[in-house]
Each structure stands twice: as C-alpha cells, then as structure tokens.
Write a protein that binds this ligand. Structure first.
Ligand code: PMP
Length: 405
C-alpha cells in the first residue's frame, strides 16, 4: 500500500501556512521536521493536565507525570529495539548524546589509542572526537569518502587496527544523504575490540532503527528530526557498556547518596540524567514515534525514494547544476551547486517563492573543503512532501537562475 500523503499533510498545521504570500514548500527536513497535530496535542495535554516534576512528588500529578515520562522511555526503547529501557538516556539532542559519550571516552583513552571518524561528519560528530583526542593524547583518524560521496569502506578497513579504541560514524550524512553500511562496519570494528557509536541524527527520520541488529554500543538521535519537539534527544547505549560509563553532568537525580564532601552515583538511567529533565519533550517525542509507527516503514521508504529519484532526474536535466553526493545508497537529500550562483543566493530566491531549503556548509566545513565547494544548496525530503513540491522546487530554481543571469 502506498502512503496517503494528502491525509498525512492534513495533520501538519504548519504546512498550510503561507510565507512571502506563497504556499509553504518545506524542503528543509534534514535540519528539522515539522510536527503533526498529535505531537502538538501531546505537549498541550501535558501542560494543561499533568505538569509536575517527575520522580519526586508525593502527589497525584507528579505520579502521573512520572508514569507518562517513563512510558515515553518505553516507547523509544521499543522503537529502536533496545533490550532494556534503562539503555535509553534522555538528552537534549544528538549533540549532547555524542558529548556524553566522548566525555567518557576521553577519560579512558591513552596516548597511542586511535579514534576513527569519517570525512562526512557533521561538526557534532567531529569536534567532539577531535577535542577528546586532544585532551587524551589519542590520535584522530579520518576515513576518506569516494568521489560520489560514499564512504571508502576499503580505507575504513585499512584504518582499523589493534589501536582503534573507538569508532564514530554517521548512519546517514546530513549534507549528502549517503547511507553508510553501519552494520557491516560496526562488525569489523567490534572484531578489533573497538567501541562503536552511530550518529543517528539523520538515520532515525527514515524508518525504525534496530540497535541490536546494528550491533553498535551507542546510537544517538534528536527528537526534532523525527517529528518530535526540539530540546529532547536520546542516547541509547548497550547496558553492559553504559552501566559503568563515566558520569556526565552531576547534580540532583543522578546520585545515590550525598554528603558535604562526597557523593555516590545512582543506577541507570538516572546516573546519566542529572537535573529536572525535559518531561514534556520526552512525552512529545513518544507521541511523534507513536504517530510515525502507524505508517508502514517500507511505504515511507518507497515514498521518500520516489521523491529523491524525481528530484535527481530533474537535477540531471538542469543545465549547469551539479549534484553533490550521488552515492548509490542515499536517501532524503539533494545537495547541489549551480554554475554562476552562490548557494546562499539560490536559497534566498527560493525562499521568496515560498520554498524552504538550506544553504551553506551544513555544519560540515571539512567535508565542503574536501569536496571543493563553498557550500551547497540542500533540499531534503520527508514523509509529507509531494512530487508536486519537487516540481515546484525545480520551477523555482529556473526562476532563480533567470533572476541571477
Ligand atoms: N549529526 C548529524 C548528521 C546531523 O544532521 C545533526 C543535525 N543537523 C546533528 C548531528 C546534530 O543534531 P542536534 O543539533 O539536534 O544535536
């Protein structure tokens, strides 16, 4: 069965507004996704009916907030096939999840150890490891990409060694849309006894994740990229690795006992979740996942694949347009440059036509340098986009070119 995209669009209030007097064509989904009414309702309901702090109050609302908050954790655990709910740590987003892990790794690395990342990293999965290596005296190794934007897996295997202590790589590149063979690469890294982290910021938006099947130690993602609120994210960590993970933020909720001079730490997940959490965010993220789960993952994939295929076809027919990143396995993203036009100008002129894309370096400056481009224009697609919108994008590009000529 195919998706009823019209019925899906009905559920996103923002998709019915106009910008610059034009109907909104929202093609910036890799930056953040829009929110269905189900998520907006969950947030409103939480604040109107249930708002209280969790895990503390001896009162009705606090119990109810705690129940909803922990039910949200269960929803996430099921969605990503975690083996235990305590493996799901709430964070503010992918960035915090990676920092939490990198902070622990930095304490354990020693001179001579190596950390492997790739040339296609978002800064969140690069600066973290670069700084962890600087702090610990370890060496950062960067796996090259091929000209088409796919990962050079031969080089990945060649760079893995007995010294590789940690590997962190993106599930899907935000700048290029490349899907990495994370299961195969994780297995190779685990064979060298390295710990493996997947930056799932873009992975989670395109279908259910099975962390046990991937076989990694950590998987991080952000709620806002999967139709949930901003300010909430998930770090999943395999229980055996996470249970002794170095503590991160310290303060309330994460302790077992406290004296003036010392403290002991609580159990998972609390030990890695200091302070009052983003309760509404967690509940909103669970609502997003429950909303998404009503659709068949294969249907979503087929729809997004069709959007990208049509966009690629139109791009190839556009004189002077170069697609940046055309790996055989990619999804959701069309990054491009146009002869004689700066990406920022294209973005500006499309915006005036109601079409939202992203331009610039996509938080991947070294990747842009590697690809020898100043940045790209990036259209990124989601479940609610239509083939008509893809056509409108290219009509818009045509108009933008005339204006720039
Ligand atoms: N990694 C990738 C691949 C991303 O696309 C993003 C968001 N653009 C991040 C990490 C960081 O996510 P956040 O800003 O939500 O923490």
């Amino acid at each position: 069965m195919s998706l009823n995209v019209a019925q899906i669009r009905e559920q996103f209030p923002i998709l019915h507004r106009q910008v610059h007097g034009k109907p909104l064509v929202y093609l910036d989904n890799a930056a953040t996704t829009q929110k269905p009414q189900a998520v907006i309702n969950a947030l409103t309901d939480y604040y109107t009916q249930c708002n209280a702090n969790v895990h503390r109050g001896a009162h009705y609302l606090s119990d109810e907030a705690t129940r909803r908050y922990e039910a949200a954790r269960k929803t996430v655990a099921e969605y990503i096939n975690a083996s235990r709910q305590e493996e799901v740590i709430w964070t503010s987003g992918t960035t915090e999840g990676i920092n939490l892990v990198a902070n622990g790794v930095a304490q354990r690395l020693k001179t001579g150890d190596e950390v492997l990342v790739t040339e296609m990293e978002h800064h969140a999965n690069l600066v973290t490891w670069q700084q962890a290596c600087k702090r610990s005296g370890a060496t950062l190794k960067v796996v090259p990409i091929n000209e088409d934007g796919s990962l050079n897996t031969e080089q990945f295997h060649a760079l893995l060694s007995e010294n590789t202590a940690f590997v962190s790589m993106p599930h899907i590149s935000n700048a290029l849309g490349t899907i990495n063979p994370i299961k195969e690469l994780t297995a190779a890294a685990k064979a060298k006894d390295a710990l493996v982290m997947i930056d799932g910021a873009q992975g989670v938006a395109h279908g259910a994740i099975d962390v046990q099947d991937i076989g990694c130690d950590f998987y991080a993602f952000s709620g806002h990229k999967v139709f949930g609120p901003t300010g909430i994210g998930v770090l999943w960590g395999c229980y055996e690795v996470l249970k002794d993970w170095p503590i991160w933020l310290v303060g309330g909720e994460m302790i077992a006992t406290v004296s003036y001079q010392d403290a002991t730490w609580g159990e998972l997940p609390n030990r890695l979740e200091a302070g009052t959490p983003n309760i509404a965010g967690a509940i909103g993220l669970a609502a997003a996942i429950n909303w998404l789960r009503q659709y068949d993952a294969a249907d979503i994939l087929a729809h997004e694949t069709a959007l990208l295929a049509r966009a690629t076809q139109l791009a190839e027919q556009t004189d002077g347009l170069t697609i940046v990143g055309h790996a055989a396995k990619k999804i959701g993203v069309l990054s491009f440059i146009l002869d004689g036009a700066h990406p920022a100008d294209i973005g500006f002129l499309l915006d005036k036509q109601g079409i939202a894309i992203r331009t610039g370096d996509h938080c991947a400056q070294p990747l842009m340098k590697r690809l020898n481009v100043p940045g790209t224009a990036r259209a990124s697609f989601s479940i609610y986009n239509t083939l008509d919108e893809v056509e409108m994008l290219f009509e818009g590009i045509k108009k933008a070119r005339l204006m720039l000529a």
